[in-house]
Design a protein around this ligand. Structure first.
Ligand SMILES: [Zn+2]
Ligand SMILES: [Zn+2]
Length: 289
């Protein structure tokens, strides 16, 4: 979903009011995000052949419509946006140190495509981390810049594809458009219906509340959740079978819409809580054996 600059500003303010610890980082990510929205006009609607009438039978069986690794994007526009974002990073304290490495990171290409961009499309976080190490830059900053520079193309594609899909027919835990894993969930409406948000193309689709999207486990005894102290509307859902977790925003308590890149950084403490929980669990297990 595309968001306006006003939506982004309102979200940045709401995050700062809710949790002042995130005021600075959310302002920074909001500025980067606004730059991607301003750049979106340089991206043409995709020339993908969107011939999905009828939909391939495999989609109903759970095969996403697109494979992000195979997308041919306008790499010139994507790289130009990436460079614009690096300029914004450079203005920050400590940014100068990173800028040079960040620019080098996209120089290695395979068939015109920067290799590390391909890694971002494939959600290959090990490859991104290796590249960050090689160029002496912070891996989360590299990952964020890659994701944001790919964002306009991916959102345009997802929007075009979604016109062909009836999401109520999709019952899987991965994205119906691009097949990537969800990064956040939200609850809304009466009874709190759950939607998952794709980590890559930001498509949102409905999914049962009491089922793990990563392993489809629906045994209630293995599903639990944790909350940050004194924080309404935010929690992290845990699966005891596959040990994955999903951060959840309850939009009956927190004002929407979800703007994934911003809401993701403004809930880092939930990633920490989930990581800590997993550590405690594995310690418990090793004590028990
Ligand atoms: Zn997706
Ligand atoms: Zn699971």
């Amino acid at each position: 979903m595309t968001h306006s600059l006003e939506d982004i500003n309102a979200k940045v303010k709401a995050i700062a009011a809710r949790n002042p610890i995130y005021a600075e980082i959310s302002q920074w990510v909001g500025d980067l995000l606004s730059a991607t929205v301003e750049a979106s006009k340089d991206f043409r609607p995709s020339d993908l052949k969107l011939n999905f009438d009828p939909l391939p039978e495999a989609w109903y069986q759970g095969k996403s419509l697109l494979n992000p690794e195979e997308l041919s994007l306008d790499w010139e526009a994507v790289s130009a946006l990436y460079k614009r974002l690096v300029e914004l990073v450079e203005k920050r304290e400590d940014g100068r140190r990173q800028a040079e490495g960040l620019l080098k990171a996209i120089e290695e290409k395979h068939n015109e495509t920067p290799v590390v961009m391909k890694a971002a499309l494939a959600s290959n976080f090990e490859a991104i981390e290796a590249s960050a190490k090689a160029f002496n830059i912070d891996s989360p900053v590299l990952a964020l810049l890659l994701r944001l520079s790919l964002r306009p193309s991916l959102l345009i594609i997802a929007q075009a594809v979604l016109e062909h899909l009836d999401l109520s027919l999709w019952h899987h835990g991965h994205c119906p458009v691009c097949g990537s894993a969800p990064r956040l969930a939200d609850l809304s409406g009466e009874g709190g219906k759950r939607r998952l948000h794709c980590s890559l193309c930001e498509t949102a689709w409905p999914y049962p509340r009491l089922r793990c999207p990563f392993c489809e486990n629906d045994n209630r005894e293995e599903l639990s959740y944790l909350r940050a102290e004194s924080e309404e509307g935010l929690r992290v859902d845990l699966c005891g079978r596959c040990d994955n977790y999903l951060k959840t925003m309850d939009l009956r308590e927190i004002t929407g819409p979800v703007i994934l890149p911003l809401d993701d950084v403004a809930t880092w403490h939930l990633d920490i809580i989930a990581g800590k929980n997993l550590e405690d669990k594995s310690e418990g297990l090793s004590r028990a054996t």
